[in-house]
Design a protein around this ligand. Sequence first.
Ligand code: DX5
Ligand code: ZN
Length: 221
Amino acid sequence: MRELKIAPSILSADFSRLKDEIEAVEAAGADWLHVDVMDGHFVPNITIGPVVVEWVRKVTKIPLDVHLMITDPDKYAPEFIKVGANWISIHPDTCPNPNATLNKIRELGAKASIAVNPDVPVSKVESCFKNIDMILMMTVFPGFGGQAFIPDVLPKITEVRKLIDQRKSPILVEVDGGVKTDNIARIVNAGAEVIVSGSGIFKTPDYAQTIRGMRKAVGQA
Ligand code: DX5
Ligand code: ZN
């Protein structure tokens, strides 16, 4: 069985208490922290930049999974890596040459990932498989936390899992958007192993209970 990794998305945290929130999810059993970077151009929302990530890095040792929803990842990915990002996900339509961007991310010492929107077929990103450590399957359209999970993406997650297994590739499959305790089993059964959850964790009263519930739902508690 693939070991489940849970990555709470700080987008749904209380930013006035960000350090406490990070320490709380870490103590509750989070494996990674997911950091949503939005620039108001690629998506109609603005969140945080390298300055905040630099401070986040100082309060936790768990991997920082930085999801770039910005028009110019070639310019900014190196800055996020410099301040401590371990994983960088890019949306392929934001770079003229996604493979070059992914290579650069790896050269700079981070793990590279490609994000696939709900309406993008897997065939469109297959040419990037040789240059990625993870594939991020979006189960909402990027831009905001708290949106409803799009179940139509489930067969695509299975398709990606099959492709990766056929190639005997170590690429991780991450799912992001609308994941909660009550749907995580379907997502993991479809083939995911890294689970992002923002509102599904931060909007619940007891993070440890929620994360335990997620692991229990997939038989890993
Ligand atoms: C959406 C972001 C997600 C978001 C997930 O654009 O990429 O990471 O924070 O939040 P929930 O889990 O609330 O859908
Ligand atoms: Zn995200």
